[in-house]
Design a protein. Structure first.
Ligand code: SF4
Lengths: 336, 615
C-alpha cells in the first residue's frame, strides 16, 4: 500500500500497538468503544507506519477519539476538523489523514467544511459517528434527530427536519459514501477497508448508540438485523429473512422495497451517476423501516491533493523558484 | 520624441492626482505614470483611492476612482497631502477631488465630458468650467475625448467606444510630456498588454503619443517641468506595494526556513491581492488554498503547520474576527501560525477599501480567556517585506500564532524598494524534534529553557507520535489535565513565553536630534505621514522626538523607559486611541492622542498641527 519510510519497515503491528496509555472516558456501554476497537483492530491492515497516520477530530464525545489512538492526532475545534485535515493532507501527501466527527460536529457547526472537503475530494477519511443527539452537552437534539424529538432543549418536540447524512454527502459530490453500524464489527471493518483504499475523500456514517441520552435510536437495524439492507457491489439488493425482500428502482428513479421474487437492483457502487445511490439513501427507518448498510458510492475522481501537487511540480519544472530573481522581477532601476 | 522647444522649469517635488470614472482606467494610468517616474529615479510614494463598487454607475460621484503619485528629487515619506496637479476626466471626478486642490494648483479637465447630462449626474447646477468655480486655479480644459478619437480614427477594427477608452493614455501622454517622463516603457507595456489585440495596442499607443505631442505643440502649456532624480541609497530598486511585499516576504521566510509555504485564504478586500500574488509563485512550493470561508482558511493553515509547513492566513478585520477560535487553538497547541490582518475601516463591513488602524485591540485581546499572541505592524509598503519575514521568524521560533497588521493604505500604496541582499537575510531554524528521547517517552510540552517554546515534532517522525488539542494540557506531558494548579502554571507559562520575546527583538529607536520634551509615538501604517509631520515641525524650529513601534506585543523592552522619559507623549492613530490605551495601562503614562477615523491616511500637515498644538 505504501513504501516504508526509510526507517525500516515496522514489525507486524497489532491492535494493541494503536492503544494509548490514556484512560478511555466514554460512558460505559457507549457505542464509541466498539468503533474504537474495530479501528484499532483494522489499523495494522493499513500497512502504513503508524507515525504516518493522523487522526483529527472536532468537539463532541466522538472527538475524544484521537487521544486513544497511538498515532499522531489533534483534538481541534467544534466542526473544523475537515478544514484542518484539509491543510494537513494537501501539504503532506505522504500521510494517511482521518477525521473523526459526530452529527453535531459535522452536520451542524461544521456543515460547511464537510461539504467542501467532500466536493474537493481531499484525500481524507471522514468517520461520522451518528448518534442523533448532542451527548457531550448532555442531551439536546441534533441535526439528525427525527422531527418531534423530545429532548432537554425541545420539551415539546423538535421542529427541525433532520439531515440524512448519506443523502447530504452524495449531494455534496462525495466520491465515496458508506454506512456502518458500531456493533457490526465485520461489516464496519469492511467499510473501513474500502474507505482506506479509496483515493480521495471517503465519507462513512456509523450508527453509534448513545446509551445515555438516546438509547435504542438505531434498534431497527442494530437489534433487528433483518432490516439491514447490505449493499454488495455486483449483487442484487435483497434483505430480510432468506432475502425475501428486494429493492428496485421505480420508473421515476426512486427506490422501493418489494416482497418475494422479481428482479432486485444489482448494486453498482461505481455507477457514474449519483442518482441510484441517492435513491437508496432515501430508504430509511421512517420510509421503509429498513436501511442500506455498506458502500453507497465509490467512484474515481481526481484527488485535490494530487492536483495541487501536479501544479506545483509543473510550475517548478517551468521555472525553478529563485528568491533573488523573484524580488528583482518587474521594472528595476539602479542608483550608484 | 522631438526636442523640447518650450522653457523647462526645475521643481523639487510634485503631487499628481489622476481622477476619473472607475471605467476610465485611472489605476492603470497612475500605475504607468509611477513606473515612468520610478525609472527616472525620483523618490516616490503612491496612493490609489478607489470605490468598493467595481462599476458604480458611470459618471456618478460614488464611481470616481483616483490615483495619487508624489515624486521628488529627495526622499519623501507620503503620497502627499494635496495634489499640485489634478487630472479630472469628468465632472464627477472634478467635484469629488476639487476640495483637496489648493488654489493655484494645476487642473487639467476633459472638457468633452462636461455635458449637460454628466453635470447633472455630478450634481452641478451650472458648468463649473464657466461659472467661476475654478477661479484661482491654473485650469487647462482639453478636449481629451475628441482628440483621442481624432488621433485614432485611422486604426482599423476598433469601435468608437474602444477608441474612446484610450483617452486615459492621451492624458498619460500629456502628463508624461509635462514632467519629462520616459515613454519607451509605456509603449512596450501597451504592446505587451494588448498583444492579443494589436489594433487596441495601436489605438492606445496613438492616443499616448498624441497626448505627448499635444503638450509639445499647444500654447495652453507654456512650460514643462523637470524633477531631478533623488539621491537615494545606492542599489537596485523596484516599485512595490505593501501587499506585494508581504507576499514576497512570506516566500522569503519559506525559503529561509526551508519550510513549504501554505496559505489559506478567503477572498476579502484589501487582502485578496496577497492570495493572488502567492498563487503565481507555485514554483517556490507555495500552496495557496482558497477556502470555503475564513474559518476554514485559517484552519487549513493550522493543519499545514501541524504537518511542518509555514502556515499562513491572510484577511481583513471582518475575516479576522472569524479566525479567533482557530488562533485560540493555536495558542493552546503552541504551533506556529501567521495571520495577516490588512486593516480596513469598520465596524462590520465598514468601508472595505479604506484604511484604518482599529483592529489593534481585536488582535491583542479578541480571543476567549488568557491567550496572548505576538502582534507586529508594518510601517511602509516596502517594510512589509521585513515585517513578514520577522513575523514568520517569531512564529516558528516560539511556536505561536503571530498577528501581522497592515492596512489598506500600505496594501495598495507603493514606494521604491531597495532590493535586499538575499544572502544577507538570516536563515530561520524551524528546529523540528526528530529523535525520540532515550526512554522512548516523548513529552510534547517540555519547554526550551530560553524561549519556553515546546518541541515541534511533525507527523511522519517515528517514535514521536503524540496527541495535542484544545483541552488544557498537563505541563510537560501534554496530557489532558483539569488540575487547578497546572492550569494556573500553564496560563503563566504561555504568557511568559510571549512576554519573553521582548528580549529577542530590537529596542525601540528614538529620533530626537534636539532634546525634545514631546515624544510622538506612532505605529503601523501611519509612519510616513507622522514622520513627515515631525519633519515639518522641525523645519519650523519646533523640537519634537519621534519613535515608531513595529512591535505591539510584546513592546520593545525599552518602551517604558522611553515613554517615561518625555514630559509629553502624543500618540497619533487612525482609531479612537487603541495604542494609547495600551501604553497608558502598561506604563502609567499620561499619553495624549491625535485621532482621526475617516478611512483616510493622515495628512502630514494635520500631524504637524497636532504636534504644534502640544508644543
Ligand atoms: S454521552 Fe452518549 S455518546 Fe457520549 S460518551 Fe456517553 S454514551 Fe457515548
Amino acid at each position: 500500500m505504501s513504501e516504508p519510510n526509510g526507517n525500516g519497515t515496522q514489525p507486524q503491528l497489532t491492535a494493541k500497538d494503536y492503544k494509548t496509555d490514556q484512560e478511555v472516558r466514554w460512558c460505559p456501554g457507549c457505542g464509541d468503544y466498539a468503533i474504537l476497537a474495530a479501528l484499532q483492530g483494522f489499523m495494522p491492515e493499513l500497512e502504513i507506519p503508524k507515525e504516518r497516520i493522523v487522526f483529527i477530530s472536532g468537539i463532541g464525545c466522538a472527538a475524544r477519539f484521537p487521544y486513544y489512538m497511538e498515532t499522531y492526532g489533534m483534538h481541534s475545534i467544534h466542526g473544523r476538523a475537515p478544514a484542518i485535515a484539509t491543510g494537513l493532507s494537501v501539504s503532506r501527501p505522504d500521510l494517511s489523514v482521518w477525521v473523526v466527527t459526530g452529527d453535531g460536529d459535522a452536520l451542524s457547526i461544521g456543515g460547511n467544511h464537510l461539504i467542501h472537503a467532500l466536493r474537493r475530494n481531499v484525500n481524507i477519511k471522514i468517520l461520522l459517528f451518528n448518534n442523533e443527539i448532542y451527548g457531550l452537552t448532555k442531551g439536546q437534539y441534533s441535526p439528525t434527530s427525527p422531527r418531534g424529538k423530545v429532548t432537554k432543549s425541545t420539551p415539546m418536540g423538535s421542529l427541525d427536519w433532520p439531515f440524512n447524512p448519506i443523502s447530504l454527502a452524495i449531494g455534496a459530490e462525495a466520491s465515496f459514501v458508506a454506512r456502518a453500524i458500531d456493533t457490526d464489527r465485520a461489516q464496519l471493518t469492511e467499510v473501513l477497508r474500502a474507505a482506506a483504499a479509496h483515493k480521495g475523500s471517503a465519507f462513512v456514517e456509523i450508527f453509534q448508540n448513545c446509551n445515555i441520552f438516546n438509547d435504542n435510536a438505531f434498534d431497527f437495524v442494530r437489534e433487528d438485523k433483518e432490516n439491514r439492507i447490505y449493499l454488495q457491489h455486483g449483487e442484487p439488493v435483497r434483505f430480510g429473512p432468506g432475502g425475501e425482500r428486494g429493492v428496485r428502482l421505480r420508473g421515476d428513479g426512486s427506490a422501493e422495497v418489494f416482497e418475494g421474487d422479481g428482479d432486485a437492483l444489482v448494486w453498482d457502487a461505481h455507477h457514474p451517476e449519483a442518482s441510484p445511490a441517492f435513491a437508496l439513501s432515501r430508504l430509511t427507518r421512517d420510509t421503509v423501516g429498513a436501511t442500506p448498510i455498506g458502500v453507497f458510492r465509490d467512484v474515481e475522481r481526481p484527488v485535490y491533493d494530487d492536483l495541487m501537487d501536479d501544479q506545483l511540480r509543473a510550475a517548478s519544472e517551468q521555472k525553478e523558484g529563485e528568491l533573488g530573481a523573484l524580488l528583482a522581477g518587474g521594472d528595476t532601476w539602479t542608483i550608484s | 520624441m522631438a526636442k523640447q522647444a518650450k522653457p523647462v522649469e526645475q521643481v523639487d517635488s510634485v503631487i499628481v492626482r489622476f481622477a476619473g470614472d472607475s471605467g476610465d482606467g485611472m489605476q492603470l494610468t497612475g500605475g504607468r505614470f509611477t513606473s515612468e517616474t520610478a525609472v527616472l529615479g525620483n523618490d516616490l510614494s503612491t496612493l490609489p483611492d478607489f470605490p468598493a463598487e467595481i462599476r458604480a454607475p458611470a459618471g456618478s460621484l460614488p464611481g470616481v476612482s483616483g490615483f495619487q503619485v508624489h515624486f521628488a528629487d529627495h526622499d519623501i515619506l507620503t503620497p502627499g497631502d494635496a495634489p499640485s496637479v489634478l487630472v479630472a476626466m469628468n465632472p464627477a471626478a472634478l467635484k469629488t477631488n476639487l476640495h483637496d486642490l489648493p488654489r493655484g494648483a494645476t487642473l487639467i479637465v476633459d472638457q468633452d465630458t462636461f455635458t449637460e447630462r454628466n453635470l447633472v449626474k455630478a450634481g452641478y447646477d451650472a458648468n463649473p468650467l464657466e461659472d467661476g468655480t475654478l477661479d484661482g486655479y491654473d485650469v487647462h480644459t482639453v478636449p481629451l475625448t475628441s482628440m483621442t478619437l481624432e488621433a485614432t480614427k485611422d486604426v482599423e477594427g476598433v469601435t468608437k467606444r474602444e477608441a474612446e477608452r484610450a483617452k486615459n493614455m492621451f492624458a498619460l501622454g500629456l502628463m508624461s510630456w509635462l514632467y519629462h517622463r520616459p515613454t519607451e516603457q509605456t509603449v512596450a507595456f501597451l504592446e505587451r498588454k494588448f498583444a492579443k489585440r494589436p489594433e487596441i495596442a495601436e489605438t492606445n499607443k496613438r492616443a499616448f503619443h498624441a497626448g505627448y505631442a499635444f503638450g509639445e505643440t499647444t500654447e495652453d502649456f507654456a512650460v514643462s517641468y523637470e524633477v531631478k532624480p533623488a539621491k537615494l541609497r545606492p542599489g537596485t530598486y523596484r516599485n512595490i506595494t505593501g501587499n506585494q511585499a508581504l507576499a514576497f516576504g512570506l516566500i522569503a521566510a519559506s525559503v529561509k526556513s526551508g519550510l513549504p509555504l501554505f496559505l489559506g485564504a478567503y477572498p476579502i478586500t484589501p487582502a485578496s491581492s496577497i492570495l493572488e500574488e502567492l498563487a503565481r509563485h507555485k514554483n517556490f512550493g507555495v500552496r495557496t488554498f482558497q477556502a470555503e470561508d475564513e474559518i476554514a482558511a485559517v484552519g487549513a493553515a493550522l493543519g499545514a503547520s501541524f504537518g511542518g509547513s509555514l502556515g499562513v492566513s491572510t484577511s481583513a478585520g471582518p475575516g479576522v474576527v472569524l479566525k479567533s477560535e482557530t488562533v485560540g487553538l493555536a495558542v493552546a497547541l503552541e504551533l506556529p501560525l501567521l495571520i495577516l490582518d490588512i486593516q480596513r475601516a469598520g465596524p462590520s463591513t465598514g468601508m472595505p477599501t479604506k484604511p484604518e488602524q482599529a483592529d489593534l485591540l481585536l488582535v491583542m485581546f479578541g480571543r476567549n480567556s488568557e491567550s496572548p499572541v505576538p502582534v507586529l505592524a508594518a510601517s511602509t509598503p516596502g517594510q512589509c517585506f521585513d515585517a513578514a519575514v520577522e513575523a514568520a521568524r517569531i512564529a516558528l521560533k516560539y511556536r505561536t500564532p503571530v498577528y501581522l497588521l497592515s492596512d489598506a493604505y500600505l496594501a495598495n500604496g507603493s514606494e521604491p524598494w531597495l532590493l535586499p541582499d538575499v544572502e544577507a537575510i538570516p536563515d530561520i531554524d524551524a528546529g523540528f524534534t526528530t529523535e525520540a528521547p532515550p526512554d522512548g517517552d516523548f513529552h510534547p510540552y517540555v519547554r526550551d529553557d530560553d524561549t519556553l517554546a515546546r518541541p515541534w515534532a511533525i507527523p511522519g517522525t517515528p517514535g514521536l507520535e503524540h496527541r495535542i488539542g484544545g483541552l488544557e494540557k498537563q505541563d510537560l506531558s501534554g496530557n489532558v489535565s483539569y488540575d487547578p494548579e497546572n492550569h494556573d502554571l500553564m496560563t503563566r507559562l504561555r504568557a511568559q513565553k510571549i512576554a519573553g520575546i521582548a528580549s529577542d527583538i530590537p529596542e525601540l529607536e528614538v529620533d530626537d536630534p534636539d532634546g525634545a520634551e514631546l515624544l510622538v509615538l506612532s505605529w503601523g501604517g501611519t509612519y510616513g505621514p507622522v514622520a513627515a509631520g515631525v519633519r515639518r515641525v522641525r523645519g519650523g524650529g519646533g523640537k519634537v522626538a519621534h519613535a515608531h513601534l513595529h512591535y505591539l506585543n510584546p513592546f520593545p523592552r525599552n518602551t517604558g523607559e522611553i515613554v517615561g522619559a518625555y514630559d509629553k507623549v502624543l500618540i497619533p492613530e487612525i482609531n479612537l486611541g487603541q495604542l494609547r490605551k495600551l501604553i497608558r495601562a502598561e506604563f502609567l503614562v499620561d499619553a495624549a492622542g491625535f485621532n482621526l477615523v475617516r478611512g483616510l491616511p493622515f495628512r502630514a500637515s494635520e500631524v504637524q498641527e497636532a504636534i504644534e498644538a502640544m508644543l
